[in-house]
Design a binder for this molecule. Structure first.
Ligand SMILES: Nc1ncnc2c1ncn2[C@@H]1O[C@H](COP(=O)(O)OP(=O)(O)OP(=O)(O)O)[C@@H](O)[C@H]1O
Ligand SMILES: [Mg+2]
Length: 893
């Protein structure tokens, strides 16, 4: 059996035993299962956790594990540039060493080429390795955590630390951390989309399921890694972790290749443009040089080197380095970028949608009043509110925390009667309310709290001054008017209602929330952050418009949004959106800044509408109700404290939910983008120019315009200079506007600036061929003997090599800014050092031993007169072209 088949077979067996384990757990009684895993209701102790981890390992998937460093190193040498160098090395070894007559073997060229291979490969490896490393360490900073029962109490641990047999507590918004058998559930709805592709949530139960014919994924009491809890809560026992989970099996099949972003597509399209151009030009270069020089082998090697030297081979690496560097800079501003490709959209974002709580309001919500319907403080309202918040397990919410805190601070909790929980009906964003059922020795009570409109719709009675009266339309209007008043003062209001002796069953459902008695209001202070107003204003200055998308009601939203300087003249409600056509919505989203009472899907609709209007849309949120919109936005943003599914969906995580941080992040994102686009534009345009120069030279010259190895060295020096680009400065003017990827501008840039540099290549050719080389050698090319012709060509090659290096490197300084380089806008120190070093090395090279091996000739002083003249004229012309370009296209980069 082949090794591969062997491994596959082992994997299958592994999966089969994992699957058998799931069927077994599903059909077993939960008590028996606990005993089997030597666990109890109080969970594992530390020793047991350690033992289980030693036995089954960490809860990680293999594909998330590291590729060995040595493999990464070797992979860095598998690019076209290196391969062509290898070909050259072999040819040179054969001709200079193997076939050379005894005593005349000269391995120096081979050695130089091997050094080049080593430098370029190592460079690529170091950059990729560092990028990956920083990306990984950033990801470590935003670990997904889960509640688990251990040592008799619920503790939160990173998902990777879950062990087989652990008792995991699940609630709405959680990612399911492993394949688990549900032990007890409460209205648990789970989305299994990542596994089954089916997006409608399925309900899961705790009862034994012994249907062995089912597909595992259909087991009703098993929940799988990769799926998430939409609503409800559960306790569950971990059966399989890591690779042995069903998700682990699927993840091995589908190699993780995220869809291409517009950025990737843009880069690809430009690279292809250049490659197509080369496919046409390079054969022409080959044939022309073959005919002229009659040395077809060298003509072929030359054409090959031109092709490879001009392929933007380092482009992916330099782009990645830029992004990784950007991600590290952003992390210093407390912005973690999980997926570095998101940076480019971040810089392009021009509309930021965000929820309200904790973003423009403070992170802490405070309970101000517990009023009865007449507006008097009521202990009973507080007590019922407390019971509801304290016993509910479905949602971790600031308002519940506020109620519990308040009751505790007032020392009320002691006085409350001894109630125990019977059941709960968890919160969801369409009902916008939640219930618990409690009982003492005498009675059972259903207590519900939620948005006032939703509460009124399930109440038929009102308790007022100890009496229960019918909820008339008049009363209803009065109550709503009361709430509007509270809202106008910036208070959030929840309605509270109860029902005595609800149905006699032990489990309750949404149907039981009917014919209730409205008891009063809980009002909360949720004031705007001090920084919100300035942050919104400065985001606006940087071209990012802020829009609020909240599920909360329009009353408070209006008050709060007004305070932070948003336009609240028109507020769009969820109910308005439901009535609108797509066109009407697209028109409205352009002008409206505040959207209230939105359902989770309506948040998505608003984001989609803005995207249809050609905005680059960011969405920031932290709730279950935000996850879908986060996914749909161009830039999904969440916070470290958000629910798992929001955190999973967002490529950008803020360590602090703060708009100021976000502004800093946006600027940093634009800087990164600026440096990337700068590199792309200058590399592509100078390559474009070079190919022209080479074709023209090939038409006229009786010898190769440059030796293959020289082209490759030139290219390497340029690439090394460019590695400093991620550390370059970006003009402040560039940062004030959102920057969106624009493939057209790259093409026009190429077409304008490429030929500009060709002009000076051609003048250099003419000067070298007709004036300088004849001067150095003592006659025109046609008049000298073949040995002198070789010298002539060597002078020519060296002269063009040095001129090319100077112009290519100077162009970095010329086009990094629309302003006058060195005077109005200066490159950063690393950029300056790298480019200067590049020029120095290249200029000195002809005078060294290595230069001799590269077949270069030391250039006489008079050459530098030509060089300086050319450079000065070049700078003048590029400045003029830049001005014209900016005039036509409004901006340079
Ligand atoms: N703990 C709770 N108990 C009862 N009802 C709640 C609770 N939390 C929220 N609600 C109701 O659901 C509505 C929507 O919830 P929430 O305000 O969290 O939505 P959101 O879109 O996340 O808003 P935000 O923009 O403020 O984050 C609230 O206005 C409130 O009426
Ligand atoms: Mg929210």
């Amino acid at each position: 059996m082949s090794r591969k088949a062997d491994i596959e077979n082992k994997e299958r067996q592994l999966n089969q035993s994992a699957m058998a384990q799931l069927f077994h757990a599903a059909s077993a009684d939960s008590e028996a299962l606990l005993t089997e895993y030597q666990n109890s209701e109080s969970g594992f102790d530390d020793a047991r956790v350690l033992a289980m981890r030693q036995k089954y390992g960490e809860n990680r998937l293999t594909h998330q594990r590291k590729v060995p460093t040595i493999v990464q190193f070797l992979l860095a040498f598998t690019d076209p540039f290196t391969i062509v160098l290898f070909v050259l090395a072999i040819i040179s070894f054969v001709s200079n060493v193997l076939l050379a007559p005894a005593g005349q073997q000269d391995p120096s060229t081979v050695i130089i080429i091997l050094v080049l291979i080593f430098i370029s490969g190592t460079l690529r490896f170091v950059q990729q390795y560092r990028s990956k490393k920083s990306a990984d360490s950033l990801n470590e900073m935003v670990k997904t955590k889960i509640d688990v029962m251990r040592n008799g109490k619920v503790t939160e641990v990173p998902i990777t630390e879950i062990v087989v047999g652990d008792l995991v507590v699940l609630s709405a918004g959680d990612m399911i951390p492993a394949d688990v058998r549900l032990i007890s559930v409460k209205d648990l709805f789970v989305s299994q989309a990542p596994l089954t592709g089916e997006s409608t949530p399925v309900e899961k139960y705790a009862a034994t399921d012994s249907n062995k014919n089912d597909d595992v994924l259909d087991l009703s009491n098993v929940a799988f890694m990769g799926s998430n809890v939409i609503s409800g809560s559960a306790t569950s026992l971990v059966v399989n972790i890591g690779d042995t989970t069903m998700f682990g099996a699927v993840a091995q099949d589908i190699a993780e290749k995220p869809p291409l972003t517009s950025f990737d597509k843009g880069i690809n399209s430009v690279s292809w443009l250049l490659i197509r151009l080369m496919l046409v030009m390079v054969p022409i270069v080959f044939v022309l040089n073959g005919i002229h020089s009659n040395d077809w082998l060298n003509a072929f090697l030359f054409a090959l080197s031109v092709a490879v030297g001009l392929t933007p081979a380092m482009l992916p690496t330099i782009v990645t380095t830029n992004l990784a560097k950007g991600a590290v800079m952003l992390s210093k501003k407390k912005v973690i970028v999980k997926n570095i490709d998101a940076i480019q959209n971040f810089g392009g974002m021009d509309v930021l949608c965000t929820d309200k709580t904790g973003t423009i309001t403070q992170d802490k919500v405070v309970l101000m009043h517990a009023y009865d319907v007449n507006g008097d403080e009521s202990d009973r309202v507080l007590e019922y509110g407390y019971l509801n918040s304290n016993f509910q397990t479905g949602l971790k919410n600031l308002m519940d925390v506020a109620i519990i805190d308040y009751a505790q601070e007032q020392d009320k909790v002691e006085q409350y009667k001894e109630f125990v929980k019977v059941d709960e009906i968890p919160f969801d964003f369409t009902r916008r309310r939640m219930s618990v059922v409690v009982k003492d020795s005498q009675q059972r009570i259903l207590i519900t709290k939620g948005a006032i409109e939703e509460m009124l719709s399930v109440c038929t009675l009102v308790e007022s001054e100890g009496k229960t009266v019918n909820l008339t339309d008049e009363l209803r209007q009065q109550i709503l008017a009361q709430v509007v008043k509270y809202n106008a003062d910036g208070l959030r209001v929840l309605g509270l209602a109860y029902k005595n002796e609800p149905a006699l069953e032990d489990t309750f459902s949404v149907q039981d929330e009917s014919e209730m008695v409205l008891l009063g209001y809980l009002s909360f202070l949720d004031p705007p952050k001090d920084s919100a107003k300035t942050a919104i204003a400065s985001l606006k200055q940087y071209g990012v418009q802020v829009k609020i998308l909240t599920g909360d009601n329009d009353g408070v939203t209006k008050t709060v949004c007004h305070e932070v300087g948003l336009n609240v003249d028109r507020i769009l409600l969820g109910s308005d959106i439901a009535r609108m056509s797509k066109e009407e919505l697209d028109k409205a989203t352009e002008t409206v800044d505040v959207f209230a009472k939105l359902s989770p899907t309506q948040k998505v609709e608003v984001v989609e509408s803005l995207r249809r209007n050609k905005h680059v849309v960011g969405f920031m949120g932290d709730g279950i109700n935000d996850a879908a919109a986060i996914k749909q936005a161009d830039v999904g943003i969440s916070v470290d404290t958000a629910v798992d599914i929001a955190k999973e969906a967002a490529p950008i995580i803020l360590l602090e939910k703060n708009l100021m941080v976000l502004k800093d992040g946006v600027i940093e994102g634009r800087k990164t983008y600026g440096n990337i686009i700068k590199y792309i534009k200058m590399t592509l345009s100078s390559n474009f120019g070079n190919i022209f120069s080479i074709v023209i030279a090939s038409i006229f010259l009786p010898f190769l315009p440059m030796l293959p190895i020289q082209i490759l060295v030139l290219n390497l020096i340029y690439d090394i200079s460019c590695t400093a680009i991620p550390w370059d400065n970006v003009d402040v003017e560039f940062l004030v506007k959102p920057r969106d990827w624009n493939a057209k501008s790259i093409k026009s840039y190429m077409v304008w600036l490429g030929p500009t540099s060709s002009i000076f290549d051609i003048t250099t050719f003419i000067m070298l061929f007709f004036v300088l080389c004849p001067l150095f050698v003592g006659g025109s090319y046609s008049s000298i003997n073949s040995e002198q012709q070789l010298l002539f060509a060597a002078f020519f090659h060296t002269g063009w090599f040095v001129e090319s290096l100077w112009t290519q490197t100077l162009v970095i300084h010329m086009i990094r800014t629309p302003k006058i380089p060195f005077i109005q806008s200066r490159a950063s120190l690393p950029m300056f050092v790298f480019t200067t070093l590049g020029i120095l090395i290249g200029t000195v090279l002809p005078y060294t031993e290595i230069g001799a091996i590269l077949k270069m000739e030391p250039l006489p002083a008079i050459y530098y007169a030509l060089l300086v003249g050319t450079i000065l004229l070049y700078i003048v012309l590029v400045t003029v072209v830049k001005k014209l370009y900016v005039k036509k296209y409004k901006e340079l980069l």
